[in-house]
Design a protein around this ligand. Structure first.
Ligand SMILES: Nc1nc2c(c(=O)[nH]1)N=C([C@H](O)[C@H](O)COP(=O)(O)OP(=O)(O)OP(=O)(O)O)CN2
Ligand SMILES: [Zn+2]
Length: 140
């Protein structure tokens, strides 16, 4: 279960938040390599997000847990991932979905005053398959 698996990401922030969630979606990977996954099928995707920062907002949150779930759910729950514009030129693989969820979350975090950072996104597609996405540090 995702709830029992938390790979750590090293950082020097004071606060770290983790949010688990899941959503249901269908997808297909129209590539010869994908075999049976070329046909439309569904998953209950399990996610774990790691968000960190040094500053809290006025409420004392890095970010409201609910905002994180709402953002992902409103976009992907009970949808066909291939239908989303971000997958119009690519296939909704677990890897690309993890990276896309990172983009979605970080864009929201960038609009907050306290500026937390999404350090890690884990997407579990099946009981035996998951991907970890960690953004590269941009040298300052
Ligand atoms: N690197 C990736 N490989 C595969 C992806 C992917 O997103 N990234 N996706 C698929 C399929 O979508 C499939 O739904 C998941 O595949 P798999 O883990 O092989 O599912 P099984 O239940 O058949 O696996 P078991 O080993 O029998 O548990 C395929 N590959
Ligand atoms: Zn699949």
């Amino acid at each position: 279960m995702m709830q029992q698996f938390y790979p750590t990401v090293s950082h020097s922030y004071c606060f770290e938040l983790n949010k688990d969630m899941h959503f249901s979606a269908a997808h297909y990977i129209p590539a010869d390599e994908a075999g049976k996954c070329a046909k439309m099928h569904g998953h209950t995707y399990h996610l774990n997000l790691t968000i960190a920062g040094d500053q809290l907002n006025d409420t004392g949150f890095l970010i409201d847990f609910k905002h994180l779930k709402d953002l992902v759910h409103k976009r992907y729950d009970h949808s066909v991932l291939n239908d989303h514009p971000e997958f119009s030129d690519t296939f909704p693989t677990t890897e690309l979905l993890a990276r896309q969820i990172h983009t979605l979350i970080q864009e929201m975090l960038d609009q907050t005053d306290n500026q937390p950072e999404c350090l890690q996104v884990i997407v579990r597609e099946t009981p035996t398959s998951y991907v970890i996405y960690r953004p590269k540090k941009v040298p300052s």
